[in-house]
Design a protein around this ligand. Structure first.
Ligand code: HSE
Length: 320
């Protein structure tokens, strides 16, 4: 019998202008997955879920329907066909959810990433982290019906990532500036990714696209040169934010509060309802986060919220 614990933290997809192509990881909070390998050969699925805590009973226990077990099944299939590693025993999976569901904090990606690093370790690390990203993305399809990579890739790799292409998959790790801090505020309300995607237009005017790709280029340049002012100027989303902001009570007041408190920029975290802001010091990030929390609480629809202040996570998913 062998037990391995994997951990992966929250991630922020889109990063304002990079809808589905940019994301980053923070250091906490995160999900933990405990995998126990036994020699027992059972009929049916080689993976079973023994316990899920922290989800209020919302997540499925069927190994084919739960993101964390589904990605382990895909991983086992892959190592059997591509690495000639036939696996005979049984894996018991325990999921400890610390990330809120439907929060825009990459909850499903964190569970998948934690499960995948644990499974890889259990099998003697046959796959690189970049290979694991492929399975984590398949997990996103199970979780919300769309195989976007902007949470899954940073959950595994850490730092910022750019998804240059989905087909074929081309993921580019981007280093993060030393003094970049994220204030992540999660208001106590849910917004399903599938719904937040359904409000987006199927096509956008060329003028809008020009603005958006100008900002994506500028944001990457700002990250690569540690130009904090440029990062701030580039945190503009003219595609998803205008459509999704009405789904988040008090969003504009929260954004105003962040900018007035010294944030470089502020936007919706992934598909929301969480909101993130960047600052160039931990102290400012803390002031910004508290101002955002206050704005949520004193809006027309008062919402309590949780706040995390974090540097960018450099490591990605890891073994505990
Ligand atoms: N890029 C995805 C979206 C992220 O905005 O729908 C979901 O967290």
């Amino acid at each position: 019998m062998k037990t391995v614990r994997g951990f992966a933290s929250a991630t922020v997809g889109n990063v304002a202008c990079g809808f589905d192509v940019l994301g980053f990881a923070i250091t906490e909070p995160g999900d933990e997955v405990v995998l126990t390998l036994t020699d027992e050969v059972r009929s049916g699925s080689p993976v079973s879920i023994t316990a899920i805590t922290g989800d209020g009973g919302a997540l499925p226990l069927d190994p084919k329907k739960n993101t964390s077990s589904f990605v382990v099944l895909k991983f086992l299939e892959y190592i059997r066909t591509h690495k000639q590693l036939d696996f005979k025993g049984h894996i018991a999976l325990e999921l400890k959810k610390n990330l809120p569901l439907s929060s825009g904090m990459g909850s499903s990606a964190a569970s998948a990433a934690a499960a995948l690093v644990a499974a890889n370790e259990l099998m003697g690390n046959p796959c690189s982290k970049m290979e694991l990203v492929h399975f984590a993305i398949e997990g996103e399809r199970v979780a919300c019906g769309s195989a976007h990579a902007d949470n899954a890739a940073p959950a595994i790799l850490g730092n910022f990532v750019l998804i240059r292409s989905y087909n074929p998959l081309d993921i580019i790790p981007i280093p993060s500036p030393e003094n970049l801090y994220c204030s992540l505020v999660h208001p106590h309300t849910e917004l399903r990714t599938s719904y937040a995607r359904s409000v987006l237009p199927a096509s956008i005017p060329l003028k809008t696209a020009i603005q958006q790709w100008g900002n994506v280029g500028a944001l990457l340049t700002g990250l690569l040169t540690s130009d904090y002012d440029l990062i701030g100027r580039a945190l503009v989303d003219v595609v998803a934010e205008p459509k999704r902001a009405p789904l988040i009570p008090g969003f504009f007041e929260v954004k105003r509060a962040a900018l007035d408190s010294g944030a470089l920029g502020c936007s919706i975290a992934g598909s929301g309802p969480s909101v993130f802001a960047f600052s160039s010091s931990e102290k400012t990030a803390s002031e910004v986060g508290n101002a955002m929390k206050e704005a949520f609480l004193h809006g027309k629809t008062p919402l309590r919220s949780d706040l995390w202040i974090s540097p960018i996570c450099k490591q990605g998913a890891r073994i505990l």
